[in-house]
Design a protein around this ligand. Structure first.
Ligand code: OGA
Ligand code: MN
Length: 207
């Protein structure tokens, strides 16, 4: 099936990814959807559904607040109307990326992330040393009327040595190549909500 992506914001993302390895698209998700996702994230926090995020992989995972202080809950299909709508939107992006950039992305994993005031995530790469399946990182922000003075920027370390700070404003989507883009989350003076996810390629051992 061929999908015409010319009238979708995907064209901008694809172009940016191809030319600079990252893209920022304000207003990617509608205000309604963003508000519903934020409400759901807050409800999950309130119900105690989120857990401290861990660092590392498999049996080596541990909680290390000196590296990252967010709390997360993984998304599953069928959990709610807003999360389903978001997963559908994201699958459109996955297909467009495959079609235009031949990335061979075959799955997506994502979690809600809640950073309490003062929490941060130190500079890191989203790709694990022993697992290169994560290919494209995607973060949707859920914070309405975020002010610059709140902090909490995503700082991207661009290949040319420059940095770029992204304000975590509701509806903004940031997309970058997981293998090439070190980044960090700066501490904020308030709670910071996001939906972080990764498009993955099939691993070499799963063919
Ligand atoms: C991550 C991450 C960035 C952000 O979860 O790996 O880097 O801005 N998140 O929330
Ligand atoms: Mn990351």
């Amino acid at each position: 099936m061929t999908i015409d992506t010319t009238d979708m914001p995907f064209a901008v993302i694809i172009d940016d990814l191809a030319t600079q390895g990252w893209s920022l698209l304000p207003g990617f998700a509608s205000q309604t959807l963003t508000a519903e996702l934020a409400q759901e994230c807050r409800a999950r926090v309130k119900n105690g559904a989120l857990s401290p995020a861990r660092v590392g992989r498999g049996a080596g995972q541990e909680i290390r607040e000196a590296i990252r202080g967010d709390q997360i809950e993984w998304l599953e299909p069928g959990q709610s109307a807003p999360t389903n709508a978001y997963l559908q939107l994201i699958d459109g992006l996955r297909l467009a990326l495959n079609q235009q950039l031949f990335l061979g992305l075959d799955s997506y994993e994502s979690h809600f992330a809640f950073y309490p005031a003062g929490a941060f995530y130190k500079k890191h790469l989203d790709r694990f040393r022993d697992d290169d399946r994560r290919t494209v990182s995607v973060v949707l922000y859920l914070n309405e009327q975020w002010q610059d003075e709140f902090g909490g920027e995503l700082r991207l370390y661009l290949p040319d040595g420059e940095t770029r700070d992204v304000r975590p404003e509701a509806g903004s989507l940031v997309v970058f190549m997981s293998a090439d883009m070190p980044h960090e989350v700066l501490p904020a003076t308030r709670e910071r909500l996001s939906l972080a996810g990764w498009f993955r390629r099939r691993g070499a051992d799963t063919f």
